[in-house]
Design a protein around this ligand. Structure first.
Ligand code: C5P
Length: 236
């Protein structure tokens, strides 16, 4: 079954978030990132859960293994769909993140899927090579991070749809490809570098798409969302 797109709620306040969500009558898949979470705290998660939205908590944890273990253990108390770390934090950090997630998930609750950010969709190959000193292609770097994330027991990765088919082939269909960097054909890419349309993301094998500004910045967010869902579901 095609999963609903996650809408990136990149707003500074609950008031703006809530005004935005009021335009939709259904419960949604939403992504809470650092802008909303860090200015409003965990209460934001409760508010969204009370409205029956499913949450991807996108805090991209990246710290020493013990610290990430503790943070994950605490966050596991919320009923989240997806949560993430940076693969660049290393295998041991990813293993400890998963341990923390198991330790903190209440009995009789399903634990959130844990995924690892590979290379941010705003990073170009040239930037990666010059700034991170990785003398490889983006594909090689993303696939390497996906491989170590899988070995650490994680459920999938965040990557661009452009890398999704390769990861599906090497890591298997069950290993999730969660893909931001989604734009409608006429939209501005902004700071994103490795973008595709929802239609192409579907063809390339994304498991979930994440869409922010193409919906939140649209003149008619509901219409933009409906168009994206149609493309993503292969109906347009
Ligand atoms: O507005 P836009 O559609 O570019 O938003 C993409 C969202 O996905 C942002 O919230 C961004 O933080 C997040 N993200 C990303 N690239 C990653 C991981 C998360 O763009 N690799």
């Amino acid at each position: 079954m095609t999963q609903k797109p996650f809408i990136a709620l990149d707003f500074p306040s609950w008031e703006m978030t809530s005004n935005f969500l009021d335009q939709f009558s259904e419960s949604l898949h939403v992504k809470v990132g650092m802008e909303l979470y860090l200015q409003n705290g965990p209460v934001i998660l409760e508010k969204l859960l009370n409205k029956n939205h499913r949450i991807f908590l996108d805090l991209k944890l990246h710290d020493i293994p013990n610290t990430v273990y503790g943070a994950m253990k605490g966050l596991a108390g919320f009923d989240l769909e997806l949560i993430n770390v940076h693969a660049a934090g290393g295998s041991i950090m990813m293993e400890k993140a998963l341990e923390g997630l198991y330790a903190g998930t209440p009995a009789n609750h399903e634990r959130a899927s844990l995924i690892a950010v590979t290379q941010l969709t705003s990073t170009s190959e040239e930037q990666m090579q010059i700034e991170q000193l990785i003398p490889k292609t983006i594909d090689e770097s993303v696939l390497h991070y996906a491989t170590i994330a899988k070995q650490a027991g994680l459920d999938g990765v965040v990557c661009s749809p452009r890398e999704a088919s390769m990861i599906k082939e090497y890591c298997g269909n069950d290993f999730l490809r969660v893909t931001p960097g989604i734009r409608l054909a006429e939209d501005d890419a902004g700071d994103q570098k490795r973008v595709t349309t929802p239609h192409l993301a579907r063809e390339l094998g994304s498991s979930y798409i994440v869409v922010g500004r193409s919906i939140t910045g649209a003149d008619h967010p509901l219409h933009a969302y409906e168009r994206i869902v149609k493309e993503w579901e292969g109906k347009a």
